[in-house]
Design a protein around this ligand. Structure first.
Ligand code: ADP
Ligand code: MG
Ligand code: ZN
Length: 483
């Protein structure tokens, strides 16, 4: 109901792609046999000592820079104490009062002309827990391979006002993480997890309403749907004179609803204290400068540049930058063009968005795996940009180029596929067709425009598809008008 306004803040956990765990040298590889990637440190044996993985610090600082955060020169680790079967040590190493990154923001695109800054309160380092396997008949089993895998938690300000903004923030954040190469961004595999904090208030009210926290959403769409559901539910409760309880709710994908998981009557006391086994983390100017220089151009900046530099429509730029490797491929192809202008840039974009991305989707691989050199795409596009071949022929020969890596120019020469723009030979055929089909000519004269297509189509056919369709149409028009 539009007398209410929703307030949303997200807590996002991202699993990092470091080869080894946060505080030991065990492998982080996904899908190994249960409990094979473990050691006394990540199993929490008494007397063992954690040793910080430098890669974890480098990755989180990169994320911090990319989300415009301040980076704390000195920060510390804390112990968060609680008991759970998947937390074999009885505590989680995390950061508490002095997160390494804080006070940042992420820009999201509300639509083509409007962007919004979503504040990032903090980003801190922590370790993942093990995983319980409860769906077996025999028993509940524990797999500690995930125990100690590095995580970062990204906490947003309560800056989002509807489910769609939350969806856009989450997808933008994912795009940044994937661009940085620090996380796969795969929600289904749990590499990216999101808890949504939702409250509603009357429009114009200054105080926030009581929030609920929704967990257990394993896809981007479910995050959006669960927030929508939760907003509607809270409004209904308030409209009926009820009160919102501060609680944790879980999303039930089957029933498409949220339901109470636990009510937070008092905050759980985690008895945080400074982790005594780890020294403070220091990020000095030199490290900051070196990591900043390693950062790739971020997706939204790149989109803006594509629009400016290649004069692409915003839609094209958006599609191309969605995946870093596709955007790289696009730029590499443009570099190989011999005539660099907005027209060919747009044709390359068309070709990549349709033909190349179709192959990528069909084969379900990344563009770097299809073994199609960008210079071949540039060559092919220029052949039809310059009217040497029709785009029909370009599409026909594309599979062969893809398969053999043969130069499009060479193939066109060898097969004699070059388009005929020589008017005399086209005129000869058009004239013959007109002489042989007086009824069609009559039909055209009585206003049936479809006969134009008949003549153009048959001329193309008689010339093996190699005639320049623009010239054919001109000539057919001329002859029909004069007959
Ligand atoms: P908690 O102590 O319950 O974990 P925090 O203050 O740490 O709460 O905030 C957790 C998340 O909830 C943050 O992303 C924050 O932006 C969001 N948040 C805080 N208050 C509200 C509210 N009233 N409505 C919606 N989201 C909120
Ligand atoms: Mg919190
Ligand atoms: Zn280990």
């Amino acid at each position: 109901m539009n007398k209410y306004e929703a307030i949303i803040g997200l807590e996002v956990h991202a699993q990092l792609l470091t080869k080894s765990k946060a505080f030991c040298s065990c492998s982080t590889v996904f899908g190994a046999s249960p409990n094979t990637n473990t050691c006394p440190v990540c199993l929490g044996h008494p007397g063992t000592l954690p040793l910080l993985n430098k890669g974890l610090v480098e990755d989180i600082v990169k994320v911090g820079i990319a989300t415009n955060c301040k980076i704390r020169p000195i920060s510390s680790f804390a112990r968060k104490n609680y008991f759970y079967a998947d937390l074999v040590k009885g505590y989680q190493i995390t950061q508490h009062n002095d997160p390494i990154c804080y006070n940042g923001f992420v820009n999201i695109e509300l639509d083509e002309n409007e962007r919004k800054k979503i504040g990032v309160t903090r980003i801190h380092m922590e370790e993942d827990t093990g995983k319980g396997i409860h769906d077996l008949d025999i028993d509940s089993l524990m797999d500690y391979n995930r125990s100690g895998v590095p995580l970062i938690e990204i906490v947003s300000e309560p800056d989002m006002r509807n489910a769609n903004e939350a969806y856009k923030y989450l997808t933008e954040l994912r795009r940044i993480l994937v661009y940085l190469g620090v996380c796969t961004g795969n929600m289904e595999e749990g590499a990216l997890r999101c808890d949504a904090n939702v409250s509603v208030r009357l429009k114009g009210a200054t105080k926030f309403g009581t929030k609920t926290e929704v967990k257990n959403m394993n896809s981007f769409r479910n995050v959006e749907k669960s927030i929508e559901f939760e907003i509607a539910r809270q409004i209904e409760v308030l409209e009926n004179g009820g009160e919102i309880l501060q609680e944790t709710r879980m999303w039930d994908g089957q029933k498409q609803e949220t339901r109470t998981m636990r009510t937070k009557e008092t905050a759980i006391d985690y008895r945080y204290f400074t982790e005594p086994d780890l020294i403070k983390v220091s990020v000095d100017e030199a490290m900051l400068a070196s990591l900043t220089s390693q950062l790739p151009e971020l997706p939204l900046n790149r989109k803006d540049r594509f629009i400016k530099e290649y004069e692409l429509p915003a839609y094209d730029a958006g599609v191309l930058v969605e995946d870093k490797s596709i955007a790289d491929y696009y730029e590499e192809t443009c570099k190989h063009l011999s005539s660099k202008n907005p027209k060919t840039y747009k044709l390359v974009s068309n070709w990549i968005m349709t033909e190349v991305m179709r192959i990528v989707a069909e084969k379900n691989v990344s563009i770097t795996e299809i073994d199609l050199a960008p210079n071949l795409v540039a060559e092919l596009v220029e052949l039809f940009a310059d009217d040497v071949i029709s785009s029909r022929i370009a599409k026909d020969i594309f599979p062969e180029i893809l398969e053999t890596g043969i130069s499009p120019k060479k193939l066109v020469e060898e097969r004699n596929l070059a388009q005929v723009s020589d008017t005399a030979s086209i005129e000869k055929i058009v004239k013959k067709l007109i002489d042989e089909n007086p009824e069609a000519v009559e039909k055209f004269k009585s206003g049936n425009n479809r006969t134009l297509g008949f003549f153009v189509g048959n001329t193309m056919k008689l010339m093996d598809g190699k005639a320049n369709p623009k010239i054919v149409t001109e000539i057919v028009n001329k002859y029909l008008a004069n007959s």
